[in-house]
Design a protein around this ligand. Sequence first.
Ligand code: 0X9
Ligand code: ZN
Length: 434
Amino acid sequence: MSRFRRVPTALAVGICLAVSLASPAAGTDQRSTNHVEQATPAGVYLVEDTDTRALRTQVANLGVDVLTADDTSMTVVAAAEQLTGLRATGRPLTFLAEREAYFGGAPEEAPDGPSINAFPNGYQDYHDFAELTSALQRAADDHPGLAALSTIGTSVEGRNLWLMSITRAPAGSPEVLFTCQQHAREHLTREMCLRIVNRFTDGYGSDPAVTRLVDSRIIRVIPSVNPDGAEYDHATGSFRGWRKNRQGQGTDLNRNWGHQWGCCGGSSSSPSSDTYRGTGAFSAIETQRVRNYVASRVVGGEQRITAHIDFHTYSELILWPYGYTYSDTGPGLSAQDAAAFRALGTQMAQTNGYTPQQSSDLYITDGSINDWMWAAHGIYSYTFEMYPRSGGLNGFYPIDDVIGRETARNDAAVDLLLSYADCVPRVIGASCGV
Ligand code: 0X9
Ligand code: ZN
């Protein structure tokens, strides 16, 4: 019997339960004196008329969990203490569902700790941590001299942060880094990194495009930056919608990076928030590990990694820095840099149908991996927000039928990034010096 309860779509729940909270005065007008004031519960909300990035930033800055955002609406998970701020936006609010309605289990009833459980029915093709580990070991064992598995250290709970290196290129060749699953519940991204591993190992010698790239690039893949959070998300057999790592109340790893950390209202100082930035830049063990690994790729004073994709779900977007400012340019990011980011981001988007934009056009985020990769190391660093384009919390949990299609969808974009890794500014006709 399936242990997994299929979740209703946000829309269907919204139709059943919609409660208009549009007017800030709704709870205090004349009508409310005649009956008990309607409670406005914590849960999933649709916020409409989110037509400016300043307004979207105002919403995100409440510390709510932003599930989707565009020019017309945002879907957010709000805690009780965030509802006043949400109403203060003056935008129409529609209550869609209580958070638990999506998961069928109260997180506090579930066991803590590093238990390892397979995914529920409908999700069997997703790799839990044990399966990820053996898949990576198998790929390395099957391809000696091509793929090498190592670890960049362990997580808070002691799991390996695996790194697969794939190459037949000469030492000193351009390196490209792919990272997946900073956010625990974004399980499809782990499958994306596994596809990259499998395609560039199994395809070597038979697929000409793969062979050419492996012969000229060094491919580095970290399939799960947040293995503790991922296991925690599915350990009970129901999904919890968990985003952060498992250090204390959890830190949002993608708000913990050390460029303009916590500067600009793009993260939360509250440990209970889903966008909690941590006690300081790199206070999270996992961001420290990746930071140290990237720093170790500075060889002879030169950073060998030239390009990077950090995979997330969902919304079908390609995003680039800076996230902490609305400006297209900023310290260390010239107009030419911005043009190169945009040109390559747009070209990649033409291959997969995602929407390309500077990250802050959506809303401000500070302490993100892309901003640090660029500012600290000059790495052309993109965020891909994968399938689906829209949804509620259920958007994080597409059934495993989609894995093949939605990871293959990014093959051409991955190849394009790899092909430009010798000199990304080449994409706008600029050169890279000798
Ligand atoms: O908010 C995030 O960390 C990412 N979205 S998600 O829904 N996967 O949580 C977007 C981060 C993009 N920000 C930058 N690239 N600066
Ligand atoms: Zn994410």
